[in-house]
Write a protein that binds this ligand. Structure first.
Ligand SMILES: [Ca+2]
Ligand SMILES: [Ca+2]
Length: 118
């Protein structure tokens, strides 16, 4: 399932889903997509060749990353850190570049997912 430009909320079904909240070309100044895979083995696409995440405050929040799910990212440089930012509880943040990574900001944030359910 596809989102697009701007903020989206994608909600998967009980079976396996592929969730792509963004396109590579986007006109929004910022974009925060919420991805909820539902049941089944879901694929959350955060790949910067496919989406605009990791630039100018464009990122995705994965709401239900569970055993069996996958995050699809490209093979280049990432910084992956435990986080408590954005008032979302504890989770893991994926930043797009160690060169542009700025602690405590969303500048190069690609996505994050919760590790504690609330
Ligand atoms: Ca979007
Ligand atoms: Ca699903």
């Amino acid at each position: 399932m596809f989102g697009g430009d701007g903020d989206d909320y994608l909600s998967g079904q009980d079976g396996p889903d592929i969730l792509i909240g963004s396109t590579f070309q986007t006109s929004s100044t910022t974009q925060v997509d919420f991805l909820n895979g539902g049941g089944g083995a879901d694929v959350f696409v955060l790949d910067r060749q496919v989406t605009s995440y990791g630039h100018n405050g464009h990122y995705a929040v994965i709401e239900d990353f569970e055993f069996g799910d996958l995050i699809d990212i490209d093979t280049s440089d990432y910084v992956i850190l435990p986080t408590s930012i954005l008032g979302l509880g504890t989770g893991v943040a994926i930043y797009g570049s160690s060169l542009f990574y700025q602690p405590g900001t969303t500048e190069s944030l690609v996505g994050l997912y919760k590790t504690c359910r609330q």
